[in-house]
Design a protein around this ligand. Structure first.
Ligand code: 3H9
Length: 653
């Protein structure tokens, strides 16, 4: 088999080219190829060596598909040591995303250049890992402690310009990288540039207290994530030990992380997310429709967030509201959100102004005549939604995609009021829609392949993680919340308190305990929905008596200052004895003997309720695959990625 690594002499420069699509990951063959090439370069007439890559990107990291499989030498640390040990200067030329082991490869070279658009960083922490090929030891020697800890603990890539500022890249190459890097390598040789081994640089200066600060921040932000703690320890080792001792600390930490269930869960989610974007029965050559401009019906929190998601990706939006007043209110909220993004340093003033200028408003549906896609985002009233779809059917051009953002309603029934049900589907965003990554794409019985394929591609463009769901009440995510919520109510009646349930679930890793979630969403929402149903359709009264009593006592959740908790002006929750009384009274009414319930039982029963419903969703073909359900829960419901999602977690037990 031919090697994915090529070596050739270009004048006095030995050029190593990696060509391992799609992202030039460091598979066994790439590692072997790099080692062979660097060894060849030591023996030939080259005076310097250039490492570059074909395709869209420099090496984007270790080959994650190899993790968990039997190891095959040479390991990356050994390959990189050989590169650094080269007696001829080695130059790395970066484009695309030089990430993880890919960036470590660049740091093992003696000189680094990059195109302006290149990004570099260490995303290992998002896989429950840390850089394991010298990254925690070489980075601080070049960039200092703080910049290194920020880069490695955040997992977020930085631009080439930022990398130049902190000493990780030496030169920016405009124009064609390969030829520019060759010219630069030749000029280095001509100027007598010598090898510069980062591992031989002195240990970086530091203030010992910096590590305590990071440990405390991590304990708050990434509670229980072992990779984060190991990163601080490994970078600290760079300041107190020799390079050779430091890499041993890093190596042990990397192996501990690699073998941990946390990394297994996060790696599962990495691949699950990519798998979710694929629709098994869609032909690969399904034609896509262009989506250049969209309409959004409704300028509330949801509609505004949806409009921002499109504008942030450069797509023009027309937002429709029923009155000028409502429209101005909606546009005002969008304005404030952008101001907030600028203040928090998330967007530059110019970028925010550009995005903002892409959103216009109207009260006239006729202004949607030319849009390629409409997303309806009004409140959950099926009749109102149908009225809107009839109007859209009348005004929108043929071929326009008509989407509803409903969280629960029957997408087929909505499609049926139009003369083009094949153009209709659900796009269920999660609030706040410009921030939350999940998008449930609800495929109706008549949704055409082209419409589904277009929306899946569009989701990637607006940086959402899309999961396809069939039509059912609540789709994948909210349908699973139903039994979860019922189990919470039973646990309350049987003896657990709201704070015990929330603390147990948060300690286990959920972003927010269920009772705090209910309070945030508003207890009145479910109450109103139940009131509209006849008694025999409301289900077991045990599953709603307590929230009904709370709503009837004026406790609607955070918005009224009280629900399962009372809230102060900063929305901080405090347990309330009045709620305990309501729970006790309800338990008595149902004749339930209260007992002490362990945290373990709480977690087991609540997760089992999700998993049982998940299995039904799979059996009914509502979800394409079990890993899609995991993606929904991790990206939409605060389920810890380090547990891999409910279905993965259940499969590991
Ligand atoms: C590491 O480096 C450890 C070292 O420190 C120490 C070692 C000792 N491996 O995301 P996309 C596949 S840990 C294998 O849709 P994009 C991906 O599954 C690693 N496969 O493209 C998908 O396959 P498919 C640190 C990988 O353009 C296809 O490539 N590095 C890998 O939207 C396209 O991916 C990272 O964590 C990989 N490393 O984004 C970087 N990466 O088509 C992880 C991707 O079959 N990668 N694939 O579904 C990324 O963040 C993005 O893929 C990237 C491109 C930004 C590069």
């Amino acid at each position: 088999m031919s090697s994915p690594v090529r070596y050739e002499l270009k004048g006095n420069i030995g050029v190593i080219t990696v060509n391992n699509p799609p992202v030039n990951a460091l598979s066994h063959a790439v590692r072997q190829g790099l080692l062979d090439a660097i060894n060849t370069a030591q023996r030939d007439a080259s005076e310097a060596v250039l490492i570059c890559c074909e395709g869209n990107t420099f090496i984007a990291g270790a080959d994650i598909t190899e993790f968990g499989k039997p190891f095959k030498a040479p390991g990356l640390p050994d390959v990189l040591d050989s590169i650094e040990a080269s007696k001829k200067p080695v130059v790395a030329a970066l484009h695309g995303t030089a990430l993880g082991g890919g960036f470590e490869t660049a740091l093992a070279a003696h000189y680094r250049c990059a195109v302006p658009a290149a990004k570099v960083g260490f995303p290992e922490v998002n896989l429950g890992l840390l850089p394991g090929a010298g990254g925690t030891q070489r980075t601080p020697r070049l960039a200092g402690i703080k910049a290194s800890l920020d880069l490695i603990t955040s997992g977020a890539p930085i631009s080439a310009a930022q990398a130049v500022d902190i000493g990780l890249i030496d030169e920016i190459i405009e124009g064609d990288l390969r030829s520019g890097a060759l010219v630069w390598a030749k000029s280095l040789v001509a100027s007598g540039a010598q090898v510069r081994r980062t591992s031989e640089l002195p240990a970086p200066q530091h203030d010992a207290s910096i590590f305590d600060g990071y440990r405390a921040a991590i304990a708050r932000r990434a509670r229980g994530q072992i990779a984060q703690e190991h990163i601080v320890t490994a970078v600290e080792a760079a300041t107190t030990m020799s390079y050779q001792e430091g890499v041993l600390v890093e190596r042990k930490a990397f192996m501990d992380c690699l073998n941990s269930p946390q990394s297994a869960g996060m790696r599962h989610i990495f691949f699950a997310e990519r798998q979710a974007s694929k629709v098994d029965d869609l032909p690969k050559d399904t034609p896509l429709r262009p989506v250049r401009n969209v309409g959004v019906i409704g300028g509330g929190t949801m509609g505004g967030g949806i409009a921002m998601s499109f504008a942030n990706a450069g797509i023009a939006v027309t937002m429709i509201e029923i009155s000028d007043e409502a429209l101005q209110r909606g546009l005002g909220i969008i304005e404030k959100n952008y101001e907030g993004s600028v203040k928090r340093g998330k967007l530059s003033e110019d970028d925010a102004a550009n995005c903002r200028s892409l959103i216009s408003g109207s009260t006239d549906y006729a202004d949607l005549a030319d849009v390629d896609l409409v997303v309806e985002a009004v409140f959950e009233d099926p009749e109102l939604k149908k009225t809107i779809f009839r109007k859209l059917d009348g005004v929108c051009k043929p071929g326009a995609i008509l989407a509803t953002n409903t969280s629960y309603q029957d997408v087929d029934a909505i499609a049926a009021v139009t003369k083009r049900p094949e153009d209709v589907l659900g796009m269920h965003f999660f609030s706040p829609a410009h921030i939350m990554k999940l998008l449930e794409v609800v495929r109706g019985a008549k949704t055409s392949d082209a419409v589904l394929a277009t929306v899946m591609a569009l989701a990637k463009k607006i940086r959402k993680v899309a999961v396809v769901s069939g039509v059912c009440y609540g789709f994948i995510g909210n349908r699973m919340l139903n039994p979860y919520g019922k189990t919470v109510q039973l646990l309350l009646l049987e003896g657990a308190s709201p704070q015990q349930i929330d603390t147990a679930m948060e300690n286990w890793g959920m972003a927010m305990g269920p009772l705090r979630v209910f309070d945030l969403a508003g207890l009145d929402v479910g109450y109103k929905a139940r009131q509209a149903l006849p008694d025999d359709q409301k289900g077991d009264p045990k599953s709603y008596r307590v929230p009904d009593l709370l709503v009837e006592a004026g406790r609607l959740g955070q918005k009224s200052g009280a629900g399962f908790y009372t809230y102060d002006e900063n929305r901080a929750p405090t347990p309330d004895p009045a709620v305990d009384k309501v729970i006790l009274a309800a338990a008595k009414e149902f004749g339930i003997a209260r007992r002490s319930i362990s945290d373990e039982e709480i977690v087991d029963r609540l997760i089992a309720s999700l998993v049982d419903e998940g299995r039904k969703i799979l059996d009914e073909g509502i979800a394409q695959r079990s890993s899609d359900i995991d993606v929904v829960y991790v990206y939409g419901y605060g389920f810890p990625a380090s547990r891999g999602g409910p279905m993965f977690y259940a499969g590991q037990k």
